[in-house]
Design a binder for this molecule. Structure first.
Ligand code: HEM
Length: 478
């Protein structure tokens, strides 16, 4: 009788096996789609068990509101997974830290110093400069009828911008920037690894198994690569070389070292490195992913492409480039970006952990339950979206729905206490790059490819990146 009562108070879900739970029912290479499929069978709240770890998956806007607003104070922590712990210097950062006083301090530093409106304004010249350099590169390719690898270009732009903003120098040395991009790819891969220690915490020898399987080495190697890179940059900032020629305005490392010196917060170099990790991981891949998915969907929907190009070309006239001041007038392009993030939210799953026992949708949820909010599934929820599989930016015209954390059917940046603090910085970078691509060039496919052939496959990882690079032909319009 007791067992029956207990099972009724748990959210529904597929029956698991002893010891492994539901691990065998999930496709790790496409975690969010796998969870989405399960939600179609079991409903907007499912309970799963990965090894010993109780997990729930939330896949409707109504329940997302309950989790991210009504009960945000209970659902606002993050689970201490092996990979996240490693890359956050054991939770010294903002993104992976559990919810506690220290996190509040770090988040305050992040929002008031690193991604504040002032910081966004003062780094504007960097974004405009980098986007304009990328447009010149595309022009050269266009004039010689060579393919433009937009995936490469988008990552190159977002990485150069974020590295200039963070470290105060422009990485002309391709090798060094490529090394950082490679480390970021490795991070995406290692962080998605299944660690035995995460699945069966508390069992003896689990960490030895992870070690034996080479996973810890991979993690350590990637982490050390970043750590050495950051340390070198911090040292350079503490003992700057005499030649000041390349020094830009105050960068993120300068700011954090200043905060450390002012002793307002008890910062160490490790805290600084953990925050740099957040800036790079969040700023580079995610912003590039949005631009690449937008261009992919525009290529597959030529009418939408035409409308977006007409808008920007009429708004900008013969000026020759789109500046950040011009972005506010590009209503249709902004709708294109929203629609892209509805279908391809670059962080498809928001990861949370409960701080105490609670009740959700009539079900009992225990303290330290891992929670996946499936933004991907919510963006395709038939209850809230008409024709969810169609790419229709028009649905956002004249609609108040935004991604600022108040509309729970569209949560590419999350919501509540843990909402992305970098929204403004990310969005302006995405809009500036996309607007210039649409304004300056007409885009086409090589002869042997039809628009139907462009695939929509995604790579596994915490960021949903397009698996195959998007290569297009550009024709100079201006
Ligand atoms: C443009 C694209 C971006 C998207 C779509 C995005 C998305 C997200 C999402 C979904 C979360 C988790 C929110 C939650 O759990 O509710 C997040 C957190 C975070 N993002 Fe972003 N992000 C973007 C850009 C940036 C940028 C440019 C930065 C920094 C420079 C940044 C820094 C962070 C940090 C530090 C967190 C952790 C917040 C916390 O846990 O308190 N993001 N982001």
């Amino acid at each position: 009788k007791i067992i029956k009562n207990e099972s009724r108070s748990n959210p529904p879900g597929p029956l698991g096996l002893p010891f492994i739970g539901n691990l065998h029912q999930i496709d790790q290479s496409s975690f969010h789609t796998s969870l989405w499929q399960l939600s179609k069978t079991y409903g907007p709240i499912i309970s799963l068990r990965f090894g010993f770890v109780p997990t729930i998956v939330v896949s409707s806007a109504t329940l997302a509101k309950e989790v991210l607003k009504t009960q945000d104070a209970i659902f606002c922590s993050r689970p201490p997974l092996i990979g996240n712990q490693k890359f956050s210097y054991d939770g010294l950062d903002v993104a992976f830290s559990p919810y506690n006083e220290k996190w509040r301090e770090m988040r305050k530093i992040f929002t008031t110093h690193l991604v504040s409106p002032y910081m966004i304004q003062s780094s504007r010249y960097i974004r405009e400069d980098e986007v304009s350099r990328a447009m010149d590169k595309i022009k050269t390719l266009a004039l010689s009828s060579k393919n433009v690898n937009l995936s490469k270009i988008a990552k190159s732009v977002t990485s150069t911008i974020m590295m200039r903003v963070s470290f105060g120098k422009r990485y002309q040395d391709e090798e060094e920037r490529k090394k950082v991009l490679q480390l970021l790819n490795k991070l995406q891969e290692t962080i998605m690894n299944l660690y035995v220690s995460d699945i069966w915490p508390g069992l003896p020898f689990v960490s030895l198994v992870d070690r034996f399987m080479g996973k810890m080495n991979m993690l350590e190697e990637c982490f050390q690569g970043f750590d050495m890179f950051y340390q070198q940059l911090i040292d350079e900032h503490l003992n700057p070389p005499n030649i000041k020629s390349h020094k830009e305005k105050e960068d993120i490392i300068d700011i954090l070292l200043r905060v450390m010196k002012d002793k307002l917060f008890s910062l160490t170099h490790k805290h600084i490195k953990a925050m740099l990790m957040n800036v790079l991981v969040a700023g580079i891949d995610i912003s590039a992913a949005i631009v690449i998915w937008s261009m992919t969907l525009l290529m597959k929907n030529p009418k939408v492409m035409k409308k977006a190009q007409e808008e920007v070309r009429i708004a900008i006239g013969n000026k020759g480039k789109v500046d950040e001041d011009d972005l506010s007038s590009l209503t249709y392009m902004k709708a294109v970006i929203k629609e892209t993030m509805r279908l391809y939210p670059p962080s498809p799953l928001l990861l949370r952990e409960t701080l105490k026992d609670t009740t959700l949708h009539g079900y009992k949820i225990k303290e330290k339950t891992v929670v996946h909010l499936n933004a991907f599934a919510i963006g395709r929820d038939l209850e809230v979206w008409a024709n969810p599989n169609d790419f229709l930016p028009e649905r956002f015209l004249g609609s108040d729905i935004d991604f600022k954390g108040n509309d729970f059917e569209l949560i590419p940046f999350g919501a509540g206490r843990r909402i992305c603090p970098g929204v403004l910085m990310g969005v302006v970078m995405v809009e500036l790059l996309l607007a210039n691509l649409l304004y300056l060039y007409d885009w086409g496919l090589s002869n042997d490819i039809r628009k139907e052939d462009i695939d929509l496959d995604a790579l596994p990882g915490i960021t949903m990146l397009k698996r195959n690079e998007l290569c297009l032909l550009a024709r100079v319009y201006f």
